[in-house]
Design a protein. Structure first.
Length: 503
């Protein structure tokens, strides 16, 4: 009995002392700068030329602003303030700034600057990679999305009516600095634009119209005070749904023992398009489907999966949905999952569901040392729709094996926009996730981002962590020690003499 107990004790000590889990209270929040209530950006820069391109072909506005900036101060400067109206500031998503002449160096650092009182203007602070010398110029490429910036008009329509959206902006870009010349180009999804604001801010026609592209300006604004606005509203046809995910929870679970990467996503969808004026008619809906008429309702969601994806499932609040269709891909070709909700999702309607699938872990994981691993996975996948998808909040959770430690992450930054903000704008935390047969719990890295669009589908997330052989042996050794303990207890109980004997 004594040697058996010694073996059990040694096994338990080996399991419990092999490694430790990363502290669960490691948390990072988006970088912010607090500004005084009376703050005004110092006038050390001048916008020599500004061109804003606004794309309205999807269910959200996408803006790209190119600015030639000149340092008009007597000393080098490295902080440039981007100003947005307060009612627009919280709609900005996926903001990134680059030096157009040094694109290969990646994006510039951007911080949120919050005014310490109610203000009409809020700021982002752009940090140049090196101070800009006096009288020198730099060309900035600024790109971002504006979520929930499109509004249906009329707000309610008949089931077979066409949908129209409105978009409001200022002909003068509300810059914090003096701008010499500027113009705005708008790209619409069609040529059906029944209403738009005209101006007399320049000689000749304003806007200039070329098919589905309207151009406001160029304007000579050298004498216009910074922050001056001139309201513009356009109304255009958009016969597609305005798909919005109020919340997306995305879990990626790594299993070294099973060699598997399990992905599950939970969606809370909403259609921000025009609401139905009357009750829904199933007959009218069937006829429109037969005629393939355009509709502002969500009919289906096309979801491409990485090559090698298997075992997909699609479940809503009621249960499994059999109307979905899965087309498996080949070795180098994406698979396709066509999701058809139980009912068409019209404007103002909600729909929540979950889907998941499995992949070979070796496709995404590689060893970078004896105990170090690198995991490269998509930050966001999601439906791939021509009308686009906007995400108000995305929570990505990477569940690593039990015992993983020294967890770090980064997002891949290429020469073009990946739809993500900088790492400093992503909230991250480490926690412990306990599942079946775990001993101490698994290390979970949670990343939270607000205001994203489907442009982030191409963004990559790289997670590095350490995981030793004994970390992998923790669970089987613990189970073995537990079973041996049970058998030892049963054997000991079975050897107890409980018979009644004469004294």
């Amino acid at each position: 009995m004594r040697p058996f107990a010694t073996v059990v004790t040694a096994l338990c000590g080996l399991v419990l002392s092999s490694s430790s889990i990363v502290c669960a209270d490691s948390t990072s929040h988006p970088s912010q700068v607090l500004l005084p209530a009376d703050f005004k950006p110092p006038q050390v820069f001048k916008n020599v030329n500004l061109v804003r391109n606004t794309n309205l072909e999807k269910g959200y506005a996408r803006e790209t602003v190119n600015i030639v900036v000149e340092n008009v101060d007597k000393q080098p400067r490295s902080e440039y303030y981007l100003s947005f109206p307060s009612d627009v500031f919280n709609q900005v998503g996926g903001l990134e700034v680059r030096n157009k002449k040094q694109v290969e160096k990646g994006r510039l650092d951007v911080e949120i600057a919050t005014v310490d009182s109610p203000s009409d203007v809020q700021y982002f602070v752009v940090h140049f990679s090196e101070p800009l010398a006096p009288s020198s110029q730099i060309t900035l490429g600024i790109s971002y999305s504006l979520l929930n910036s499109l509004h249906p008009r009329p707000a309610a329509i008949e089931q077979s009516d066409r949908q129209f959206l409105t978009y409001s902006f200022s002909a003068y870009v509300p810059s914090a600095y003096q701008t010499v010349t500027q113009k705005t180009k708008l790209k619409f999804p069609s040529t059906n634009i029944p209403d738009y604001t005209t101006t007399d801010l320049k000689t000749g026609e304003d806007p200039e119209r070329h098919g589905s592209t309207y151009t406001y300006g160029p304007y000579d604004t050298a004498q216009v005070a910074p922050g001056t606005t001139h309201p513009i509203t356009v109304r255009y046809e958009f016969t597609k749904p305005v798909i919005t995910a109020s919340l997306l929870e995305r879990d990626l679970e790594v299993s070294h023992w099973g060699g598997n990467l399990a992905t599950e996503e939970r969606y809370w969808l909403h259609n921000n398009g025009s609401k139905l004026l009357n009750h829904f008619s199933r007959v009218e809906w069937t006829v429109s489907n037969y005629q393939q008429s355009p509709s502002s309702a969500i009919r289906e969601l096309k979801y491409p999966l990485k090559p090698g994806s298997v075992d997909p499932y699609f479940i809503d609040d009621i249960g499994n949905i059999s109307t979905s269709r899965y087309r498996p891909g080949k070795a180098n070709r994406e698979a396709n999952l066509e999701l058809k909700p139980r009912f068409p999702i019209f404007g103002g309607w909600n729909y929540s569901f979950r889907l998941g699938w499995n992949n070979e872990l070796s496709t995404f994981l590689r060893a970078s040392g004896a105990e170090s691993y690198v995991l490269k996975v998509p930050f966001l996948e999601g439906p791939k729709m021509p009308e686009g998808v906007q995400y108000e909040k995305v929570v990505v959770r990477v569940i690593l094996p039990e015992g993983a430690r020294n967890v770090r992450y980064e997002t891949v930054d290429g020469s073009s926009s990946n739809g993500l903000p900088s790492t400093s704008q992503i909230q991250s935390s480490l926690s412990t996730h306990k599942t079946f047969m775990d001993t101490l719990g698994r290390t979970a890295l949670t990343l939270t981002v607000e205001s994203l669009t489907d442009e982030a589908r191409d963004a990559q997330l790289i997670v590095t962590y350490e995981y030793s052989f004994w970390d992998g042996m923790r669970k089987p050794l613990t189970i073995t020690a537990g079973l041996l303990s049970v058998f030892a207890a049963l054997w000991a109980i079975g050897n107890i003499d409980v018979s009644i004997k004469k004294r």
